[in-house]
Structure formats: structure tokens, C-alpha cells
Design a protein around this ligand. Structure first.
Ligand code: SF4
Length: 340
């Protein structure tokens, strides 16, 4: 059994029913979540009997680190993990100023199948368990010997199509008994799974939500995000507004700029019209090219014109500096070059 798959109370019960002290559960979880120790043998304040019991009955980690790639500017690291059933997932560490942001995967492959994305290209294989999501964070922290400051669910997969396990992982990450990362520092990115945005609002979590918008009309979104045909953009926006009203968390709109798909001034005008009166930030992400896909990144001049138009109309815009492009760790590139 994976020890990350049970909570502290359950572990206490198991320990007591095997004649160990309940408080050892606190010590074990402190070793794992606070000190980043992922081997029972290194938990030096536990008795030898208890360590033997734990080794016999539990494992701490199911993921294996297969490769770690560092970008040339040393600001991005991409991790390839092998899951117990032989699938592979990728996670990315992004360093900037004082932030150490981990971009986690939530599924193996992705059912949303965005036509510009490497993860979607290969289809969907399975949901990750909460402990497999948390392990990505633990293993990266172990590698850099430091805790992460921010978590973004923007790796492989659509987090809101793995709702229960993602919510469970968020609770583990943010609980002060476990990883103690404030929910203000956790962002869930979604292509717009309407019914689960509603459910998330009812969970009373305070995480940020990011909508992968990528087009200001249903027509463009349906073309590049096939799964979005299930929902009307206006309905998604209505639900996001309710999420904002309840959580007071600004909504982030991600917009991947793709040449001749969504990068004209006409597109920018539609975007301004769509988001007027919405308290939000638009994250412009110039497209990162993916092998065997014909989409292109717009020229620097076009990107600047698009961005300046939005700013001139009063929208709050940030342009994501492309990190990790040389190791295919940028947005939409995960799973590229790798077998799933
Ligand atoms: S961009 Fe995100 S939602 Fe779209 S296919 Fe890729 S991983 Fe899935």
C-alpha cells in the first residue's frame, strides 16, 4: 500500500492495531512531508521494529525518476517519471526570482485533445491518483533540496476531468499537516469543464482558476479545442464569474497565440469585447512549436501588436516568457518526443 494514499488518522489506526504507538504516525508524516525523506530506513527516530513493519507493508513512492533535463538558462527542469504500470508522465520545475513553481500532470495523456498540443495528440490513457500527483511535488523538492512555493496544474491532462483525485491532491498539498502550500499559491488550469467548475466552487477551496481560452469565439475554440464543443463559452464565463464572486480569486485567461488562427487585431477586438467588465488577467503565450504539427508562432511584431491592443483597451495582460523551450518543457510541449 502507498502510505501517501492514507491519511494520518488511518495510519494511526493501523499502527495501534499492530501494537505501535499512534504518535509515530505524526513522526512518519513529518519525515515525508516536512523533511522530504522518502525512505523508511532514513526515519531515524523510529524503532527498528517499526521501520521493518513499514517496509513490509507500505511504500512511500510509486513514481520513478527516469530523466531530468535542465534548460540552457538553468531556469527550467523537466522530469520524466515512470508510473508503476509503465506509463510515463512529465512535470516541470520553473524557477523565477524567489519562486519555485512546479507544473504537475493530472492525467496520463489528455482527453481534451487540443489540436496544437503534444499531450493531447497521443490521446488519453488514465487518470492519476492523488498520491501520484503529490509524489511529483515530493520528488522534485527532493531533487532540488528545497520546497516548492507554487503549484500549477498545467502539465499533462485536464485537471477537472480528474476532479476527485485533483481535489484530494490540493487538500494534501495545502494542509498544514502535510505540504502546507497555501491555496493562494495553487492554480488549476482548465479547458472549461462547466459542471466541474461548479463543483470546485462548492468545495470551498481558495485556489486560482485559469481558463485555457485560446479563442474569443466558440467557433475558434471548437476548432482547436475539440472537447469545448460540449459547452458554450458564455456559459463557462458565467460560471467563472460565480467562482470569482465566491472565492475572490481573479480569473486567469490563458491565450496561446497561434499564427493565422487567433492572432489578428480582429481576434484581439473580440477578446476585448468578451472580457470587458471581467476582473481578470490575460496570460498571452506565444505558441511553442511541436514536431509534426503545422501550427506556427506569430512574429514578434504581431505578438506585440496584439498585446498592445489589449493593453490599450484596459485589459490586464501578462506575456509568459517562454521558458524551457530547448528541452520541450514549455506549454503544450509535454509528452513531445516521449512515449506514453
Ligand atoms: S493543452 Fe492542456 S487541455 Fe489541451 S490537450 Fe494539451 S494538456 Fe489537454
Amino acid at each position: 500500500m502507498n502510505i501517501l494514499n492514507i491519511d494520518q488518522n488511518k495510519l494511526k489506526q493501523i499502527l495501534v492495531s499492530n501494537n505501535f504507538k499512534a504518535f509515530s504516525a505524526n513522526q512518519i508524516f513529518e519525515w515525508i512531508y516536512k523533511k522530504g525523506i522518502l525512505s523508511f530506513d532514513e526515519m531515524t527516530n523510529l524503532s527498528k521494529d517499526l521501520r521493518d513493519f513499514l517496509n513490509k507493508n507500505f511504500k512511500v513512492c510509486s513514481l520513478k525518476v527516469k530523466t531530468i533535463e535542465l534548460s540552457k538558462d538553468e531556469q527550467t527542469k523537466k522530469y520524466l517519471f515512470e508510473l508503476e504500470d509503465g506509463y510515463f508522465i512529465e512535470s516541470v520545475l520553473i524557477l523565477s526570482d524567489t519562486r519555485k513553481t512546479i507544473c504537475v500532470s493530472s492525467q496520463v495523456g489528455c482527453p481534451v485533445r487540443c489540436s496544437f498540443c503534444a499531450s493531447g495528440k497521443k490521446g488519453f490513457f488514465r487518470n492519476l491518483k492523488a498520491f501520484e500527483i503529490v509524489e511529483q511535488v515530493l520528488l522534485i523538492a527532493k531533487d532540488i533540496n528545497e520546497k516548492s512555493t507554487n503549484i500549477v496544474f498545467m502539465g499533462m491532462g485536464e485537471p477537472l476531468l480528474n476532479f476527485d483525485e485533483v481535489v484530494k491532491a490540493v487538500k494534501i498539498m495545502s494542509d498544514d499537516k502535510y505540504l502546507n502550500i497555501s491555496q493562494r499559491r495553487i492554480t488549476i488550469s482548465t479547458a472549461g469543464i462547466l459542471e466541474n467548475i461548479k463543483r470546485l466552487k462548492d468545495e470551498n477551496l481558495k485556489v486560482y482558476l485559469a481558463l485555457s481560452l485560446h479563442g474569443a469565439t466558440d467557433e475558434i475554440r471548437n476548432r482547436i479545442i475539440p472537447y469545448s464543443k460540449k459547452y458554450k463559452l458564455q456559459d463557462i464565463l458565467k460560471e467563472l464569474r460565480l467562482y470569482f464572486e465566491k472565492t475572490k480569486r481573479d480569473i486567469l485567461f490563458e491565450y496561446i497565440l497561434i499564427e493565422s488562427v487567433n492572432d489578428s487585431i480582429e481576434d484581439a477586438k473580440k477578446l476585448v469585447h468578451l472580457l470587458k467588465n471581467f476582473q481578470c488577467t490575460i496570460n498571452l503565450i506565444p505558441y511553442n512549436e511541436v514536431e509534426n504539427l503545422s501550427y506556427k508562432r506569430p512574429s514578434g511584431v504581431k505578438i506585440l501588436k496584439f498585446k498592445n491592443y489589449l493593453i490599450s483597451k484596459g485589459l490586464n495582460v501578462v506575456q509568459r516568457y517562454t521558458k524551457g523551450k530547448d528541452i520541450a518543457a514549455s506549454c503544450g510541449q509535454l509528452a513531445y518526443k516521449r512515449r506514453l
